[in-house]
Design a protein around this ligand. Structure first.
Ligand code: ADP
Length: 301
């Protein structure tokens, strides 16, 4: 099985001509409430791509949480290790999108901050898995504890180091496969990733931290795949992008689903890129994540 440990958010998205300045009120349009959060997005992507998926996470005791849990169950995700935490809100992201397609995001971590190492211990059995997939929207010490436990039990530990932040060597040393985008790779290594030479240099720096496999996602240009020091670019799929929200999350979830099915790294990357390409043609986070038959149809084209 695949275990995803991470965040659950409710994204409140509003479109505005431009961002309001301090003290200013602007009227926008197209307000939507969309299920999001990197942990949840990646679990949904893995489950829709066909993986037996468990999500270890926390929600608040608010009305929205019930709808979210029902949605995860409908996608076939095992929700037994999702705690409802009294007295806090489910994670919230307030997202403003301007006419240039740029966004600003304000987060209220809420229940995601309650996913502590102590709480994780109640779900230790969930860390008996083939693969553990982590991101950085829950406390760092929880990720560290999850990685240690899963690794000690022989699981492959995969880290999507998003949102971008520097990380302790102790965590990186536990990671078997890392999937930063360009910004995140630069934040972790200090190496600017503007071209293939930069991607290769950043990948080498991550290998030196003890990570066997590095996949740097390069947006529309695909990925840089580096295994034990040998790297190459794998182009993505050409599509008309309308909203790249959750492209990386879809890539990660689908990648893990493909690895769970026993695919080798390169075909797994192609499968994940097909899934991510479909997601950028649709608006929103979980609303944009494709199902297995759609991914296979694009791969067969
Ligand atoms: P993030 O969303 O984390 O910043 P990227 O932008 O690198 O990550 O996108 C992740 C993957 O999604 C890419 O490697 C690529 O396969 C796919 N992707 C992203 N943007 C596009 C696009 N415009 N067209 C096709 N595929 C895309």
């Amino acid at each position: 099985t695949l275990t995803v440990t991470g965040s659950i958010n409710i994204d409140h998205v509003i479109h505005l001509p431009q961002f309001p300045r301090p003290g200013e009120t602007l009227t926008g349009s197209d307000y939507r409430i969309v299920p999001g959060g990197k942990g949840a997005n990646q679990a949904v992507a893995a489950a829709r791509a066909g993986a037996d998926t468990r999500l270890v996470a926390c929600v608040g005791d608010d009305a929205m949480a019930k709808d979210l849990l029902a949605g995860f169950a409908a996608d076939g995700i095992n929700t037994g290790a999702i705690d409802t935490v009294p007295g806090v809100n489910t994670g919230v992201a307030l997202i403003q999108v301007n006419d240039a397609g740029e966004n600003t995001i304000a987060l209220a971590a809420g229940a995601n901050a309650a996913l502590t190492p102590a709480r994780l211990e109640n779900h230790a059995s969930a860390l008996f898995c083939d693969r553990l997939l982590l991101q950085l929207e829950i406390p760092l010490e929880t990720n560290l504890a999850a990685a240690k436990t899963a690794k000690a039990q022989g699981a492959q530990v995969v880290l999507n180091p998003a949102p971008a932040q520097p990380l302790p060597a102790e965590l990186l040393a536990l990671v078997d496969l890392i999937t930063p985008n360009e910004t995140e790779a630069e934040r972790l290594t200090g190496v600017a990733v503007q071209d293939e030479a930069g991607a290769a240099a950043a990948a080498q720096a991550l290998h030196r931290q003890g990570i066997d496999t590095v996949i740097i996602t390069l947006g529309a240009r695909g990925v840089w795949l580096s295994e034990q020091g040998r790297g190459r670019r794998i182009p993505g799929f050409a599509v008309k992008a309308v909203d790249t929200t959750a492209a990386g999350d879809t890539f990660n979830g689908a990648l893990l689903a493909a690895l769970q099915q026993g695919l080798a790294l390169e075909p797994a990357v192609r499968f994940a890129q097909a899934a991510a390409a479909i997601s950028v043609t649709r608006p929103g986070a979980q609303t944009s994540v494709p199902y297995r038959d759609e991914i296979e149809a694009l791969l067969e084209q």
